[in-house]
Design a protein around this ligand. Structure first.
Ligand SMILES: CCCCC/C=C/CC(=O)SCCNC(=O)CCNC(=O)[C@H](O)C(C)(C)COP(=O)(O)OP(=O)(O)OC[C@H]1O[C@@H](n2cnc3c(N)ncnc32)[C@H](O)[C@@H]1OP(=O)(O)O
Length: 315
């Protein structure tokens, strides 16, 4: 239905709430509702059991490790033998981890990677190994991607990326939705979408030109120019670069200090910085997912993925 006018406050709020769900599957919407109600009445045994199961699932995930200590919830991409490439399961686990982190006791939430890479982006075999073939994988991919990116857009606490090594594809584009990005000088930032017959995601078609200007964003998003950490800092994508030898020590010392700041104050300041953009970001996310779904079924993209899988091509 058309969006109600600004003076129709109730129906406008309802319309926006429905619209922000996008094409969220009915089952997921139902589960989210159950989880929300459970969190409102923790004494209801059945409800709280559901919440515990959800928490455990996130903790038990083999490729994502979630810990909470010193006021920091840490979400670690833990698939180093595959350069932390993101499987369908990892996208789902991260959605759940962010949902839990948004209501846990921590003040800030941090993403980082295990091993030499931060993350090599989408696992390119997500599409080739899907049971129902490319068509089904593209449809599922668009729904999962939209929900995944929405969970970053809506995340209420300070979100920090500790980029320990090279970042590729969606691991780079998502950084535009983080509140701070700290990088080792060994990190690189690469978005080879045209090489892969794909198009930008995670709202980068909007956030990157805004952060670095359209000329620099074009070099990254259209031409796949790989940036060093210092270049990414100069373009405003990275907050600060540290020598790799002292990176972990310096960054975690600093983050532990930040995590002691009054959490509600940080949350409200984030809200002020981000909230007036949310509607726009949700609309950009929806459009990017629709575009990508079509690109994933294009000959350019299928050839690029097949070349990688058959070991003919690498970045
Ligand atoms: C819900 C769906 C959402 C979809 C959202 C879309 C996002 C778009 C993107 O993210 S685009 C970016 C996609 N990523 C890539 O194209 C990277 C592909 N990988 C490479 O080019 C290289 O592996 C490398 C440059 C990252 C690293 O090269 P290196 O020589 O150092 O190491 P290996 O190639 O030997 O890698 C070790 C093993 O890891 C596997 N691997 C690495 N990255 C990926 C990946 N993205 N997808 C699948 N597999 C990956 C690699 O195949 C090796 O596996 P093996 O040891 O079994 O051979």
């Amino acid at each position: 239905m058309p969006k109600p006018g600004v003076f129709d406050l109730v129906n406008k709020a309802k319309w926006e709430a429905w619209n922000s769900l996008g094409s969220l599957p009915k089952e997921t919407a139902r589960q989210n509702y159950v989880d929300l109600v459970s969190s409102l009445s923790p004494s209801a045994e059945a409800s709280s059991q559901g919440k515990h199961e959800a928490d455990e699932k996130a903790q038990k995930s083999k490729d994502i490790v979630v810990t909470s200590e010193d006021g920091i919830t840490k979400i670690v991409l833990n698939r180093p033998t595959k350069k932390n490439a993101l499987t369908f399961e990892m996208y789902q686990d991260i959605i759940l981890a962010l949902k839990n982190a948004s209501t846990d006791n921590s003040a800030i939430t941090v993403f980082t990677g295990t091993g030499d890479y931060y993350c090599s982006g989408n696992d390119l075999t997500n599409f080739t190994s899907a049971a129902g073939g490319m068509e089904e994988a593209a449809s599922k991919g668009a729904v999962v991607l939209r929900e995944f990116v929405n969970s970053f857009i809506d995340f209420p606490k300070p979100l920090v990326a500790v980029v320990n090594g090279p970042a590729v594809g969606i691991a780079v584009t998502l950084l535009g939705l983080f509140d701070a990005v700290y990088a080792s000088d060994k990190a690189t930032f690469h978005t080879p979408f045209s090489h892969l017959g794909q198009s930008p995601e995670a709202c980068s078609s909007y956030t990157f030109p805004k952060i670095m200007g359209s000329a620099k964003a074009t070099e990254m998003l259209l031409f796949g120019k790989k940036l060093t950490a210092r270049e990414a800092w100069a373009q405003g994508l990275v907050s600060e670069v540290f020598p790799d030898s002292t990176f972990e020590k310096e960054v975690w010392t600093r983050l532990k200090g930040y995590a002691k700041l009054p959490p509600n104050s940080m949350r409200i300041s984030k809200e002020l910085i981000r909230n007036n953009e949310k509607e726009k970001l949700h609309a950009v996310n929806a459009e990017e997912c629709t575009t990508l779904k079509a690109k994933w079924l294009s000959e350019e993209c299928i050839n690029a993925i097949m070349n990688f899988v058959s070991r003919k091509a690498k970045l």
